[in-house]
Design a protein around this ligand. Structure first.
Ligand SMILES: Cc1cc2nc3c(=O)[nH]c(=O)nc-3n(C[C@H](O)[C@H](O)[C@H](O)COP(=O)(O)OP(=O)(O)OC[C@H]3O[C@@H](n4cnc5c(N)ncnc54)[C@H](O)[C@@H]3O)c2cc1C
Length: 325
């Protein structure tokens, strides 16, 4: 049977948003192909109820595998085994670092074609075609597959459908893990998801980069975001996330989130292409940078050349005054 297999990552009894997006997208595509969308769930203690709840996102069957959760290699083993035995033609992932790792490993294992950073998938002549932006998102390339295809979406590329509350049949699979697949152990798991940093829904984003100088530099951006009030949040570049100044949940860019707020204000950000791809659809882009030649000014609606440590507090005062507080 041809079909599409996805992998759903779960944590503390809930599925990851990207995974649910992939499940919904696989179901949509499978319907168009006249085939089925299946999901693989792997963990030490996954209940049939949780696994079956993926039926609410239109999955037709869920394969449940017992094994170490959150690591790529065991998932690659299990997905390869299920794809071989069930004859799935495609695997679809919702993006994120784990999806990239599993997808790449699966492509190597099955000798399949692989496309990453996919933003759209369509059906043509009974086969899937994956679209991927290239050249700094200025053009779209299309990938078709001679044999099996592994499609890995850009983070949050696939919309999460509303659950219908339906349940899918769950089949337990006894996966054979390769000796090297069980060598890595999950020592600790921490989540930095949207509880306090939810940049995707914010209408105003104040983003900080290495120009802030230190982690405490973000305090002034928090104050500025508070002065804006309403639906505003603070975001960051990868450079400062890697430095431990700000949580990954707030990272914009190629390996972070894609945002499109009404106002995006950059403080101390150079405007590297990997950052630009995550924010270039913002309605209004304002940048503060002490270097008049910083690349960010090339795609800003308003550029302020100067020291952010002087400009941000003044801007905050001005906004507070305008708002009467
Ligand atoms: C595969 C890959 C994926 C990547 N993914 C991402 C991603 O998802 N997101 C991302 O952001 N980056 C990503 N990067 C990194 C990216 O290439 C840049 O290194 C990063 O965006 C730079 O961050 P930055 O602008 O904070 O730092 P810098 O490039 O160091 O820029 C700091 C800026 O601050 C200015 N500045 C310094 N002091 C002040 C001051 N007092 N007042 C005003 N301005 C000041 C400087 O003039 C400079 O322009 C990725 C890179 C690779 C290779």
């Amino acid at each position: 049977m041809a079909g599409i297999l996805t992998y759903a990552l779960h944590y503390e009894g809930a599925f990851n948003k990207n995974s649910l997006g992939a499940v919904g997208e696989a179901a949509r595509l499978a319907k168009e192909l006249g085939t089925e969308a299946h999901v693989l769930v792997l963990g030490e203690d996954v209940s049939d109820e949780l696994a079956g709840s993926l039926g609410g996102y239109a999955a037709q069957k869920v394969f449940k595998v017992t094994g170490p959760e959150g690591l790529a290699q065991p998932v690659i083993d299990a997905m390869a085994q299920v794809m071989e035995s069930e004859g799935h033609d495609y695997a679809l992932f919702g993006g994120g670092l784990l999806g990239f790792e599993i997808g790449a490993g699966l492509a190597a294992r099955l000798d399949a074609g692989v496309t990453m950073e996919v933003t759209n998938v369509s059906v043509e002549d009974g086969k899937l075609v994956a679209e991927r932006p290239i050249l700094g998102d200025s053009a779209i390339s299309e990938s078709r597959y001679k044999g099996r295809g592994i499609i890995i979406g850009r983070l949050n590329a696939f919309e999460v459908p509303q659950s219908t509350g339906d349940s899918a049949p769950v089949e337990s699979v006894d996966a054979q893990f390769s000796p090297w697949s069980t060598k890595a152990k999950m020592v600790q798991r921490g989540e930095q998801r949207g509880a306090d940093v939810n940049i995707e829904d914010a209408q105003i984003l104040v983003a900080g980069g290495r120009g802030l100088g230190k982690a405490e530099g973000f305090d002034q951006l928090q104050t500025l975001a508070q002065a804006f009030g309403g639906n505003s949040a603070v975001a960051a570049t990868r450079a400062v996330v890697d430095a431990g100044w700000y949580p990954y949940a707030g990272q914009i860019g190629q390996t972070g989130k894609t945002v499109a707020p009404k106002l995006y204000l950059a403080a101390g950000i150079s405007g590297a292409i990997q950052h630009k791809v995550g924010m270039q659809s913002s309605e209004n882009i304002v940048a503060i940078n002490k270097d008049a030649n910083a690349p960010i000014f090339e795609f800003s609606d308003l550029g302020i050349v100067g020291d952010l440590n002087k400009i941000v507090p003044k801007l905050t005062e001005a906004i507070k005054a305008k708002k009467g507080g």
